[in-house]
Structures are given as structure tokens and as C-alpha cells.
Ligand binder design. Structure first.
Ligand code: TYD
Length: 219
């Protein structure tokens, strides 16, 4: 029998990357995407917020607009995500593509639920409603001390990056708690490891998924 590999899967595969700012999510998403393309898979590389035209406007409003209260912020991310899932993620999974997203609903649970103190359970319910229950088959957490992450950033900090060390410590802790509660979905990696090591660990885990369904639906 041949080893199951990402090429053998007729199904879509949904993978998300999570972690603090500066953890290297986009680099690893890009490397995973390139590897999967090399195996002959269609890959859709995308991001939240801002994976659609409407999302680009919402991203600008939430990251660079005027102050908004925490609930408004949570709803802006949820709106971006609902439209992203309905118009990009689900159609791609339905045609058998691999969708690799730089952030997904776990960011809302960590940043708005714990960082902003809205409550992880409530924000999770809001997010799950927005996406009609679609969870990734794999979520990679690139874990990094927020102070180290900030040192890696370039350019003007956005609204979330300006939220302060305590906010970012709560967010990091929330990601780790969430990951340890569902090890079947999560892969937690120390983001200070060399880029190539991280990429290899991620490829190994994706390979181990074998012939996986497009995502896990709790709906
Ligand atoms: P990101 O695109 O990762 O930032 P950058 O382009 O600077 O790397 O995400 C933008 C910010 O939005 C980031 O600080 C995390 C935050 N965020 C939330 O607070 N909630 C969410 O649901 C998402 C998706 C992102």
C-alpha cells in the first residue's frame, strides 16, 4: 500500500496559521503552499482579515480606522470571516483545493475573547456562527513571546499592535490554552526555531493528515 500523501487526496484541505504578530505565519504559510503546489495540489493562500475585496475594506477600518469598541471590533472580524468563508474558503474546498489561511477564527477567540476581555466562549460562538461551523483540519500555532514578536515588526504599528504588552500576553496564553484543549487539530511550534525546521515539522504533520476531509464541521 502506498503512503497517503497530500497528492492522493481528492478532498479539499483546510489549514490555518495562528500566533502573535511577527511570529512568521505568512512565511510558513507561503512555504507550505509552495510545497503542496509542488505535489500537484491546487493551493489557495489567503488571510484574515482581508482575504476578499470587502475584507480589504474591513481590514483597513479595523486596523487603521478610528477607535472602535471591543464588540464592534469583534463584529468587524466576524463579518470579514463570514464573507471570506462563504466566498473563498468553502468554494475552494468544494473543488478539492488546499486552503492555507494566515489567521482564522482562533485569532478572534484569542484577541477579542481574551485580549479584549469579551470572553472566549462568547467570541467562539459568534465566530462559529459566522462560518457555519467550519474548522480547519489543522491549525499551526507559531508560539512566540510577544516582546520578541514586536522586535521583529517593521513599519507603523496598527491598532492591535498598539494594544500593549499585557493584552498580547493574554492573547498568547489564550492560543496556548486553546491548542492544548484540542491537540488533534493543533500543532504548536516554537517560533524561534529556524525557518526550515519549522517548515519541515509542518510538512510532516500535513503528510500525517493523509486523506483528510475539507475541514471539521461542528454545525
Ligand atoms: P495580521 O494580518 O496578522 O497583521 P500583519 O499584516 O500586521 O502581519 O493581522 C492583523 C491584526 O489583526 C493582528 O494584530 C491580529 C488582529 N486580529 C484580531 O484581533 N482578530 C482576528 O480575528 C484576526 C483575524 C486578526
Amino acid at each position: 500500500m502506498t503512503e497517503p500523501s497530500p497528492t492522493s487526496s481528492p478532498h479539499g484541505l483546510f489549514v490555518s496559521f495562528e500566533g502573535g504578530d511577527g511570529a512568521g505565519k505568512s512565511t510558513q504559510a507561503r512555504l507550505l503552499g509552495a510545497w503542496l503546489r509542488g505535489l500537484g495540489r491546487e493551493v489557495v493562500l489567503t488571510r484574515e482579515p482581508g482575504g476578499t475585496d470587502l475584507g480589504v475594506q474591513l481590514r483597513d477600518a479595523v486596523l487603521h480606522g478610528d477607535h472602535v469598541d471591543a464588540r464592534t471590533e469583534a463584529l468587524l472580524y466576524a463579518t470579514d470571516r463570514a464573507h471570506h468563508v462563504a466566498s473563498v474558503v468553502r468554494p475552494a474546498l468544494a473543488r478539492g483545493a488546499v486552503v492555507v489561511t494566515d489567521r482564522y477564527l482562533d485569532s478572534s477567540v484569542a484577541y477579542q475573547g481574551s485580549g479584549r476581555d469579551l470572553g472566549a466562549d462568547e467570541v467562539e460562538r459568534l465566530s462559529m456562527w459566522a462560518v457555519d461551523g467550519l474548522l480547519p483540519a489543522l491549525t499551526v500555532l507559531l508560539d512566540l513571546d510577544p516582546v520578541a514578536g514586536r522586535a521583529r515588526l517593521t513599519g507603523e504599528p496598527d491598532r492591535l499592535e498598539r494594544a500593549g504588552d499585557e493584552f498580547h500576553r493574554r492573547t498568547r496564553a489564550a492560543f496556548l490554552t486553546r491548542a492544548s484543549a484540542d491537540p488533534g487539530r493543533w500543532l504548536v511550534l516554537d517560533a524561534t526555531r529556524p525557518v526550515d525546521d519549522l517548515a519541515e515539522a509542518i510538512r510532516a504533520r500535513v503528510t500525517a493528515l493523509g486523506d483528510v476531509p475539507s475541514g471539521r464541521s461542528l454545525a
